[in-house]
Design a protein. Structure first.
Length: 424
RNA sequence: GGAGAGAUGGCAGAGUGGUCGAAUGCGGCAGACUCGAAAUCUGUUGUACCCAUCGGGUACCGGGGGUUCGAAUCCCUCUCUCUCCGCCA
């Protein structure tokens, strides 16, 4: 949720950055709605004050044993007008709330302007793509040859965009999650969490706009519950409607969870393999921090995610998303893209965002500042990393000419010491 | 699933129709005392919004709805918590 005070006091300061991310702010409509709300609210409150004063007089009269009949008749007249006004006010405020609900976050000043992914700006590269002395396969072919990656059986069970893993690859997948959790808890200071895999509509609306993105989520029939599209949903909501003590910040949580996405807008996109699935595992990093720290923490969190790729010796590059390519709630986002020999391209494996107070305002997540006053926290999150895509990256980068997979050194302790995954 | 009890400020806890945004205690903050601290004493201490220079007003006692001139208080409903029984990984 954008800060309505900013819109009231300095509308231009919001309109221009929003235009940069492709959002045309309906200036006249907003001003008219605000003026209407203000007028109705003032009139309503005046009438409420009159009603309260009248009720007090009635109480005093009755206490003295006087007849309050005339006073009570006046009250009736006030209430008749007040009832209608209160209803109108509620409707106007709801319209305003819905309007605000649909406005995306303002991009940070350091975010490059642009309209699409082509305008994203590379920040750094790490590692160099391996030179193969045989034609590298993509992960689908590698997994099928191993007999460990099975999309046909998954389709029989649940349809397209699911996968069944077996044997060495299933274990590799599990090992990756364990490895990531261990690194983030032991080396980066995150607290491991276990959370519900479904959340209420209220929680979903806390991190993004449910009205706008409802179709991207799987909803449970007949209940106000959604399967989480990322652990960001439950974990960030830890602090919803809370005022946390100053000294508890920063809060740093890591959570391994399955993620469920309807991929409603992605039909025909990445249909091959496990790049884009309805269900995938992810290790998510979430930080709840003081506002003045959030951009430093954003750099740190991104580095935490990159550490995993370094330890796995997977080449990657980090890009900053341009204003037109950012998510709804984000003020600034880095995407980390891993090298995939099978696609001969860098592909997103992590997205690290600073939401500033945008989510905190929606969630009413606050801390008590030095002066003892409640103030909105800043929230950040990032994938550290997407487990399924990391598995894909390992298959493609660590494949051998004989169809086997070399296990990265960092994962061997989790794989019972195995150095290779081979067909049984 | 059945029966019962409950939800009030940062915390504990009073308040069962009007003078209650809410007693009291603890905690926090400021001051006094002290070389300093502890103890003690004094004051102060919710959030959001509206109008206005000081200041005034409105809403909020788990959520929503209702009764009433007037609701923390009465009624309905939902959610959650606790106790007992049943069931269960």
């Amino acid at each position: 949720m954008i800060d309505i005070q900013l819109l009231r006091t300095n509308l231009d300061a919001a309109v221009a950055p929003l235009a940069a991310r492709g959002y045309a702010f309906p200036r006249e409509a907003f001003l008219a709605l605000e003026a209407e709300r203000k007028e109705i609210q003032t009139r309503t409150q005046e009438l409420q004050a009159a009603r309260n004063a009248q009720a007090k007089r009635i109480g005093q009269a009755k206490a003295k044993g006087e007849d309050a009949g005339a006073l009570m008749a006046e009250s009736g007249a006030i209430n008749a007008r007040l009832g209608k006004l209160e209803q109108t006010l509620a409707q106007t405020q709801e319209r305003l709330r819905q309007f605000l609900d649909g406005i995306p976050n303002l991009p940070h000043e350091s975010v490059p302007q642009g309209t699409s992914a082509q305008d994203n700006v590379e920040q750094r590269r790490w590692g160099s793509p391996r030179a193969f002395d045989f034609p590298p396969k993509d992960h689908v072919d590698i997994g099928a040859a191993l007999g460990m990656l099975d999309f046909e059986t998954a389709a029989k069970l649940a349809g397209a965009r699911f996968v069944v893993m077996r044997a060495g690859l299933a274990r590799l997948h599990r090992s990756l999650a364990q490895f990531m959790l261990d690194v983030h808890t032991q080396e980066h200071g995150y607290t491991e969490t276990y959370v519900p895999y479904m959340v209420s509509g209220e929680c979903a609306n806390g991190v993004s706009s449910l009205a706008k993105f409802r179709d991207d989520l799987f909803k449970l029939e007949g209940r106000d519950l959604y399967l989480i599209p990322t652990a960001e949903y439950p974990v960030t909501n830890f602090v919803r409607d809370e005022i946390v003590p100053l000294e508890s910040l920063p809060l740093k949580f890591v959570c391994h969870s399955p993620c469920f996405r309807s991929e409603a807008g992605a039909s025909g996109k990445d249909t091959r393999g496990m790049i884009r699935q309805h269900q995938f595992d992810k290790v998510e990093l979430v930080q709840i921090v003081r506002p003045e720290d959030s951009y430093r923490c954003h750099e740190e969190l991104t580095a935490h995610a990159e550490t995993i790729l370094k330890k796995l010796a997977l080449p990657y590059r980090t890009v900053v998303l341009c204003s037109g390519d950012m998510g709804f709630s984000s003020a600034k986002t880095y995407d980390i893209e891993v090298w995939l020999p099978g696609q001969n391209a860098y592909r997103e494996i992590s997205s690290c965002s600073n939401f500033e107070a945008f989510q905190a305002r929606r969630m009413q997540a606050r801390f008590r500042n030095e002066k003892g006053k409640p103030e909105l926290v800043h929230t950040l999150n990032g994938s550290g990393l997407a487990v399924g895509r990391t598995l894909v990256a390992i298959l493609e980068n660590y494949q051998n000419a004989d169809g086997s997979i070399t296990v990265p050194h960092a994962l061997r302790p989790y794989m019972g010491g195995a150095e290779k995954i081979t067909r049984a």
